[in-house]
Structures are given as structure tokens and as C-alpha cells.
Design a protein around this ligand. Sequence first.
Ligand code: C5P
Length: 407
Amino acid sequence: MRLSGKHIVLGVTGSIAAYKAAYLLRGLVKEGAEVQVVMTPSAKEFITSVTMSALSGKPVISEFFSTNDGSWNSHVDLGQWADLMLIAPATAATLGKMAHAVCDNMLITTYLSAKCPVMIAPAMDLDMFRHPANLRNIELLRADGNLIIEPGEGALASGLHGKGRMEEPDVIVEEVIKFFGQKKKLLNKHFLVTAGPTYEKIDPVRFIGNYSSGKMGYAIAHELVRAGAKVTLVSGPVEIKNTNPQIKVIAVESAHEMHEACIGLFPQTDGAVMCAAVADFTPVQVAGSKIKREKDDLMIQLKPTRDIASDLGQMKSDQQLLVGFALETDDELSNAFAKLTRKNLDLIVLNSLNDHGAGFGVDTNKITLIGKNNNPAFFELKSKAEVAADIVAAMVSEMERKGKLQE
Ligand code: C5P
């Protein structure tokens, strides 16, 4: 029994897939978990609380007060009791309420009181799933540190075919087991991560920037935290708001500010992941007032910025790990390896512009990881959260190989 002693709150919401929650509950209990089921009022339209209380051996909670004796169901106590909260199936409505703290049922109040990690398995029709409003909510929930169990592709209750099916109960049980089995290998470690673009001022209203969204760097920061580390994230201007208390964000704008922040922080860390798309050039002079359209042409003279990764590579001690990124268009592998050597990195993450779905702005990425032995590891196109997990796993292996982690 791989889940004995574990306390799990299973949140069930009103989706056709609610019937799968019974199999899921059975799977969790079979592995020894103690499970408290919380159902939304609409979940009870799809599956009865009798089934769920019989399988869990506990009365199902779905109201703020017991209708029998008026006693209060404490969402705070429940949130503290749980080692994990698992919401499966999670409807678009519940995802929206979770993302925006709309506390109109017991499940959402429990979620907001939960001190434990939260796993969410969405289930809905394909058009609902891919609607920008729903995808935005999922991104918000991910940014808040929740783990999303991606829905699968296949036949949907509507008769349509596509992405939206709740992941199968046995797969979710394995995910839960994997989650508890993960040792927090980076406990007491501190990492610096850079993310996003930099803005190089031309005049008070204009700048030279780039398309980096910061999504990859923020995903890495979350993954490092999940592995037990503390993270300082030096971030260029991005839309993403950090809500994770284990991540300290230092907001910067220019390559110079990012450089200053990183040089100051790096000596106190166990390593750094240089994910930011730092400008290579910056204007020699910044105009004090808005440049007027007086002539037919305008020349802006640029000077190179300092290479932060290279400078940290120079400063790096034997105890520290330095990871860089490379976006290459030709001779990708050899250029990336040359960059690793030149900047004194331990690991380089190669993104290719030739791969569809990889790179700036999008939610997916396709990477190749290259270490000092120049033995590349190729990965499939994945969500940036999954790519972040691959990168952190490679960092952990590298640190283990160098004896920087205790067993
Ligand atoms: O040389 P190139 O810009 O392709 O190198 C990319 C890597 O170097 C990335 O890890 C990026 O974050 C880092 N870099 C940096 N400072 C710069 C330019 C790039 O840290 N000025």
C-alpha cells in the first residue's frame, strides 16, 4: 500500500466524469489513503454522496453546515488535515472559481484554506477546454503553484472527439503516488532564476525589447520550489504575477539592472538558471525627452550589454551549478555546446526556432539538454511546466553526480 498514512481531500465537481471519481476514490483507498470527499452541489446531480461515503468510509461533505444537527463543517480544519487536495473532475466553472477565489461552496473554501499541495484534473468538452478564458484560468492556477493533470484526448460525452477527457483514475492514482514518492531533493538549496525580456530605453516612451513572455523561467522557478528549493527570480517586464511565497521576485527592466541584481545575488546561491532573453545591445545614449520626427531617418547607436551568464560563469564556485539557454537557428548542437563551454555553464537548454510550438510566448517547448560531456538528450514537445520538470530533474542528476546533494 503505497499511500498509507496519507490524508487526501478529494474534491468532486459537476461533470459527467464524476462517475470516474468513484474509481479514483477506490484506487486511493486501496493504496491505503484516508480520503475525505468534498462534493459541490452540482456533483451530486452526477453521482450520489452515498456511493462516495460508502467507498471512503466517511460522510461526504458538501454543505457549510450539516443539515442534520446544524454543526459547522470546518474548511479550515479540513485544509490543515490534508496532505494533498485532489480535485477530480474539475469543471471549467470550478477552475474559474478557484482562480478568482469565488467562494460559493465548500470545495472552494477548502481549496483556499488548504495548506497542502493541490492537484487538479480538469474535465470538459474540447471547445470549453481550449477557450482562452479557461486556458487563462488554468495558467493562473498553475502560477499559484497548483499541479495540473492534463486531460487526455479522445471521445467526449458530447459525442465530439478532442482534448478534455479527465485523465483515467488509475493514471491519477499513479500521479498521486509519484507525487508522494518524490523526495524534496533540493531542500535548503537556493537558486537564482532569470526570466522574461529586458527593455533597453531609447527615450522616455520607447525601448528595444523582445517577445519573451517569461513563462519558461517562471515554470522553472515553480519546479525548483516543488523540489524543495528557495528561489529568487530576477524578472524582466512580464504579465505573470507571482503568488508563490517561496519565490521572491526582483523586478528589473534593463539588461544592466538584471546584471547588477544577478551579480549581487549569485554568491549566496547554490546555482542559477539563466532563462531570460537578455538584450545583447543597448542604446549608447538615452534621449532625455521624446525623440521627435524631425528628419527622414534616425540612427540609434548601440553598445553591447554585459553577458550575465558569462559573468556568473567566471564567478562560479565548485559548489554551484549554472544552467543557460540557447536559441539557435543553424548548427544548433555544436553552437549550443560551444556556448556552454564559452560561458562556463554546466548544462545548456537548446530551443530550436525550427520547431513548431517551441520558443517565445507559446505554452509549449521542445528542448535538447546538453551537459559538459556533450551527450545531448532530446525531448518531445511538451507543456512548459513539463519541460521545467525535465530541466530540474537534469539539474538534480548533475548535482548528485557532483556530490552536491545529500542522500
Ligand atoms: O549568447 P546567447 O545570448 O545566445 O546566450 C543565451 C544565454 O545567455 C541564455 O541563458 C541567456 O539568459 C544568457 N544571456 C545573459 N546575458 C546576456 C545575454 C544572454 O545572461 N547579456
